[in-house]
Design a protein around this ligand. Sequence first.
Ligand SMILES: C[C@](O)(CO)[C@H](O)COP(=O)(O)OP(=O)(O)OC[C@H]1O[C@@H](n2ccc(N)nc2=O)[C@H](O)[C@@H]1O
Ligand SMILES: Nc1ncnc2c1ncn2[C@@H]1O[C@H](COP(=O)(O)OP(=O)(O)OP(=O)(O)O)[C@@H](O)[C@H]1O
Length: 321
Amino acid sequence: MLAVVPPPVTVRVPAKVNLHLGVGDARDDGYHELTTVFQALSLVDEVTVAASEEPGIEVSGEGENTVPRGEANLAWRAANELANYVGRTGDEPKVRVVIRKGIPVAGGMAGGSADAAATLVGLAALWDLDIARDELAEIAAKLGSDVPFALSGGTALGTGRGEELVPVLCRHTFHWVLAFATKGLSTPRVFGELDRLRDNGEPPRVGSHAPLLEALASGDPRQLAMLLGNDLQAAAVSLRPSLRRTLRAGVDAGALAGMVSGSGPTCAFLCEDEDAAVDVAAQLAGTGVCRTVRVAHGPVHGARIVGGEDSTRPTPPQVHA
Ligand SMILES: C[C@](O)(CO)[C@H](O)COP(=O)(O)OP(=O)(O)OC[C@H]1O[C@@H](n2ccc(N)nc2=O)[C@H](O)[C@@H]1O
Ligand SMILES: Nc1ncnc2c1ncn2[C@@H]1O[C@H](COP(=O)(O)OP(=O)(O)OP(=O)(O)O)[C@@H](O)[C@H]1O
């Protein structure tokens, strides 16, 4: 009898920017306590998962030569974690994972995390799993601090090491310009640099995130621009001083504000509207302060099957006593 092979599943998954990134002190487990507001942007990776007798990873697109193909790929780790969770033990998962990258690698936009989240959603459908989004989020959190947000998307407040999420009201579409750097920055190195700077007399910390939540609800990009803040920016700039020039160039080109995205080195510029973003992108591209420039908008939804049904069960409503 012939086995039925399910058709491949393609998932589109967004990059993130941290509109507010407050970093607390280092914990005993080496992580830092965060208070962050994530926004998912229309800059995406696409991941196709397919049943295959030749398991493995293929990568093309943005930074393709710097992405590991084997077990070190976060998407492959996601496939293994999900297989273990649902009891598909034994050999490595018999799947081929094809990643088309649009998100810069080691760029502070959670590209690897995005691919892991997309793989979880894709395999849940490919394997026809009866699994709730909440269960996927738990597996996601084991893979990395940013993976749960890549699943949920939108705009969300993240606490803990960034993996505990609450959705945030955001009435408006915001327009961004992203400046990609020639070379990535290592996330642990940037956190380490912040610890070092703080030992030597503390760069000022971002304040409360509450006013930023109000600006998001109001939908006014000018108000939001004044409230963007990232504790990791000083550390990223300390490791890569040329980012200062990039940040200045974006604002000189007409952006409302510029910031380092997460652990950098990508710089994100908030613009008044879509036309302004196109103008800023064109000007910035001519200045030679970055490798390449993209426009994007947010918020957008999290990892989602392209042209298909999501097989994961919605989480049942929580009842609190
Ligand atoms: C900078 C952010 O992108 C902001 O959203 C995230 O905090 C980083 O998330 P991520 O890349 O998914 O990070 P993980 O893979 O969980 O951790 C990588 C390393 O970053 C550092 N790390 C990460 C998250 C956190 N809250 N504190 C940390 O100190 C730790 O050295 C950790 O070993
Ligand atoms: N699928 C993947 N895509 C990109 N990088 C990956 C992937 N899997 C593993 N990596 C490795 O992880 C490192 C960090 O990549 P990633 O693009 O996730 O960084 P990042 O965007 O700075 O992460 P974050 O914003 O979550 O801190 C890369 O240098 C690469 O070696």
